[in-house]
Write a protein that binds this ligand. Sequence first.
Ligand code: ACO
Length: 316
Amino acid sequence: MFQILGTGSSLPKLKVTNDDLAKKMDTSDEWIVSKTGIKSRNILSDETITDLAVEASIKAIKDAKVDVSEIDLIVSATLVGDTITPSMSCLIAEKLGVSCPAFDINAACSGFVYALDVVAGYFARKKVKKVLVLGAERLSHHIDWSDRATCVLFGDGAGAVVLGEGDNLRSIRLTTQPGKANLYEDFRGGDSPFSTREFPVQHIKMNGQEVYKFAVNAIVNDIKFVLDDAKITQEKVSHFLLHQANIRIIDAAIHSLKIPKEKFHNTIDHTGNLSAASIPVLLDEINKAGKLKRGDLIAICAFGAGLTTGAMLMEW
Ligand code: ACO
C-alpha cells in the first residue's frame, strides 16, 4: 500500500511556558508538570494554522525529495481549519499551487491515524502514487481560557508526511466507543431566525479522569491488537509513538505493557497536547533527530473525542 517518504512539522513562534500561564490564571509550573508532564507549548499569535500546515507540507515534500506537482491527494486531519469551508486541505492545495483532490477528516486526536487508513484505500485502488497527509490543529481557539483544568493542556501545531507506494503498513485498527459526555466541543453555529434553541458556548469540555482511564485502556488494548494482528512480538518493535495527551497516561500504559521506556518517544514537555497534530509532529521530530533506521518497526496509538482510537504498526 504505502510507505512514508518524508516528514515535516511547524509550531507557532510564540512559546508559552507554565510560568507565563501562571501570570494569567491560578496555576503553577509545579501543578502542570506533576499532573501532565507539560513545561511549555507554542500558541498561534499573528500566524494562522494554514501557515503552519503549509510550512509543514513544504518541509515534508522536501524531505521526501518529490516535486510538489507529483502530489495526487491531500488529506488533513483537523477539528477545523481557518475556514469551515473550503477545507484546510483545499487552502493548502491553493498555497502549494496544485489541483489534486483535497479534503479534511475529523476524528479528533485520532485523526492522523484515521487519515492514513483512508489514504491506504486510495493506494490499494492504485488511484494515487504520492499523497500529502497532515495533522494540524489550533487548539488555542477551541479551549476555554478561563478553565484552568483544560487550557493548560493544549498547544497549536502542524505535522505532515508524504506517502509513496510501498508495503510498509503491517496493521491498522480504528475504533469508536460511546463517550460524548466525557470529551466534546459544541458547535455554536450561525444565527438562524427560525431557531428556537439556546446554543451553548463553543469550548472543549472534558471529564479528565474518565478520559484518563479510557486512554490508558485504549493504548494497552490497541497496541496489543496491532501486534497480534501483524504476528509481531513487542520486542521486535523499535519505536512506540503515543498520542501526546499526558505523560502520566503514557507512563501508566508503559507500566502495563511492560515495554522498555527508552522505546517511547515524547514531545509532551514542549508541545502539550496537539490533538491530531500530535503523532505527525512527534514522528517528524524523531525522524529529523536521526532516530529512525530503514526497516525499524514503529507502533502508533492515538485516542480522542468520540471516543475514537487509532492504532497502527508500520515499517520505516
Ligand atoms: N492548576 C492548578 N490546579 C488545578 C489546575 C491547574 N491548571 N487544574 C485543576 N486544578 C485543581 C482542581 O481544581 C482540583 O482542585 P480541588 O482538589 O481543590 O478541587 C485539583 O487541581 C485536582 O483536580 P483534578 O481534575 O481532580 O486533577 P486530576 O488529577 O484529575 O488531573 C488532568 C487533571 C491533568 C486533566 C487529568 O485528569 C488528566 O490527565 N486527564 C486525562 C485527560 C487528558 O489528558 N486529556 C487531554 C485532552 S483529550 C485527548 O487528547 C484525548
